[in-house]
Design a protein around this ligand. Structure first.
Ligand SMILES: CC(C)(COP(=O)(O)OP(=O)(O)OC[C@H]1O[C@@H](n2cnc3c(N)ncnc32)[C@H](O)[C@@H]1OP(=O)(O)O)[C@@H](O)C(=O)NCCC(=O)NCCS
Length: 168
């Protein structure tokens, strides 16, 4: 293998999206809310990063670092005492990086209400544990129409984020 860990693509076996799909559930406590009793945006971002990292870590079987968060959208507030569920899935693998999509839902158990509150896209780079350099990621096997749509859309988002990063 090359020193930067980028060779050996042929040896990597593809994995389906379902193999790394991840989920986290939390209940909103007072220390995580603003004076209006709404979950802080920074807390949502932390949870998004965590659940997204789980999917990237599972897919790549590697250590991963967050390279960028290019889109995060707060559609509805999440209130004190509500249950927050976050789901993540790898949308597309490039070479050493992968885009993960995250959706956040809130649940008010007393009212029996569930709301979609947030969508986010996070890019992770797999890091070789010895060289600490980016390493190739196993290909993603997309099966459903929805997975294929996310796969196509991820390429458009990558073009935008790399243009912002490298100014090209
Ligand atoms: C992310 C990081 C590893 C990229 O390093 P680099 O020297 O730019 O490495 P490369 O140029 O080889 O790029 C590696 C991959 O990152 C991707 N990348 C780099 N910047 C990116 C960005 N802003 N958005 C999306 N992908 C990005 C590249 O496209 C490449 O992916 P590919 O191989 O799939 O095409 C490096 O910038 C870094 O370590 N950043 C800090 C990460 C961190 O501390 N995160 C928070 C804690 S987890």
């Amino acid at each position: 293998m090359a020193k930067n860990g980028k060779s050996g693509a042929a040896a990597l076996k593809g994995k389906p999206v379902s193999a790394s799909r991840s989920e986290m559930t939390e209940i909103v406590l007072p220390a995580q809310t603003n004076p209006l009793g709404k979950l802080l945006g920074g807390q949502v971002m932390h949870l998004v990063d965590m659940v997204a990292a789980m999917a990237a870590h599972r897919h790549s079987s590697s250590y991963v670092v967050t390279a960028s968060v290019d889109y995060i959208d707060f559609r509805n507030p999440i209130n004190l005492g509500e249950i927050v569920t976050l789901t993540s899935q790898v949308n597309r693998v490039f070479r050493t990086s992968m885009e993960v999509g995250v959706e956040v839902y809130s649940e008010n158990v007393m009212l029996g209400e569930k709301k979609h509150t947030t969508t986010a896209y996070v890019t992770f780079v797999a890091i070789d544990e010895f060289t600490r350099c980016p390493k190739l990621v196993a290909p993603l096997i997309v099966k459903t129409a929805e997975e294929r749509r996310r796969f196509r859309d991820a390429l458009k988002r990558r073009e935008v984020r790399l243009a912002l990063r490298y100014g090209k």
